[in-house]
Ligand binder design. Structure first.
Ligand SMILES: Nc1nc2c(c(=O)[nH]1)N[C@H]1C(S)=C(S)[C@@H](COP(=O)(O)O)O[C@H]1N2
Ligand SMILES: [Mo]
Length: 312
């Protein structure tokens, strides 16, 4: 389904088109179930901290949709764009909410889209491998979904699980990581207003390679925390296992907040290649990496008193 015209658009045009449009959530919900509603625009209000883009130029859309990490569809950056489009996710997309909550339930994509108005959030995203990119996401705050259930007093963390089907995705052996991909956040991180459940980017529904039909976006953490194609959300009492901290614990911790002062065994963390189309892919503009990826004003309070080097 096409939510809004996108394509690579010169930025001033892009912004002029974007007024505070509000569509009823019911419309959006039905849109989600109709394959390609053609001209039907997806109206998302513009919110979030990056209104004034300044030095944060939007990249050409094809950078976001052809240079991906989605190991289930191949470990090469170009492979998800080649292999993921053939996958046909269940249009109802049932997501299981379970664990330390009073009322476990399954909630589908259409129902999720009715929980809150869609917003466009332009976020800087930082991959631990050393590149970063600015993404015009479309989604709803994750908190809108989490508020649908009543956590028990034991709920301290939220664990997420990606869809995995060996018939359409590669094997764990081939990918070099265990599947299904799992991630987790502390409950307060998960409820933070910056934490987004994204269903689109650049005005359209998420392409499969970007984590259709819904993925997490946690802009102050390294990209791997932003788990794709979520099918299960579990409230838990203990810090849950996360894919990369299991695969390589010395390099990847649970928190994985962007931190230029915490070195990584393989990748430089105090500078990044901004993929904004100004250079060849992989040779973007070099910029300095900021603590919490530049979102310290919004999120530093979550970590008062926590040693960010020990708790990496
Ligand atoms: N299920 C799943 N989610 C995932 C990954 C993955 O391999 N599998 N890769 C992560 C990494 S390392 C990054 S940088 C981002 C990339 O998101 P993008 O392709 O939309 O830029 O997705 C994250 N989410
Ligand atoms: Mo990443």
């Amino acid at each position: 389904m096409k939510l809004r015209h996108s394509d690579v658009t010169p930025q001033h045009l892009y912004w002029n088109r974007r007024k505070f449009l509000s569509a009823s959530a019911a419309t959006l919900g039905s849109l989600a179930l109709s394959p390609f509603a053609g001209a039907a625009p997806l109206n998302a209000s513009k919110t979030g901290p990056l209104h004034n883009l300044g030095n944060n130029q939007l990249p050409p859309k094809n950078i976001l949709t052809t240079y991906n990490n989605f190991y289930e569809f191949g470990t090469g950056k170009d492979e998800p764009a080649k292999n993921a489009p053939a996958w046909k996710p269940n249009p109802e997309w049932p997501v299981r909410l379970e664990g330390e909550i009073a009322n476990p339930k399954t909630i589908g994509l259409a129902e999720i889209l009715k929980l809150a108005p869609l917003e466009e959030r332009i976020y800087r995203m930082r991959c631990v491998e050393g590149w970063s990119v600015v993404v015009p996401w479309i989604g709803i705050p994750l908190s809108a979904v989490l508020k649908q259930v009543q956590p028990t007093g034991n709920a301290k963390f939220v664990a997420f699980e990606s869809f995995y089907d060996s018939k359409v995705m590669i094997s764990s052996g081939k990918a070099g990581i265990r599947f299904p991909y799992v991630e987790g956040l502390r409950l307060d991180e998960a409820m933070h207003p910056l934490t987004l459940l994204a269903v689109g980017l650049y005005g359209e529904t998420l392409p499969n390679q970007n984590g259709a039909p819904m993925r997490l976006v946690v802009p102050w953490k390294y990209g791997f925390k932003s788990i794709k194609s979520i099918t299960r959300i579990r409230f838990v009492d203990r810090q849950p296992m996360t894919t990369w901290s299991v695969e390589w614990p010395e390099a990847y911790g649970f928190y994985s907040n962007v931190n230029p002062k915490k070195p990584h065994p393989s990748f430089d963390q105090d500078a990044e290649d901004r993929l904004d189309g100004s250079g060849i892919l992989g040779q973007g503009r070099k910029i300095r990496t900021e603590l919490f990826n530049g979102y310290a004003a919004q999120v530093a309070g979550l970590y008062t008193g926590l040693d960010l080097i020990k708790n990496y």
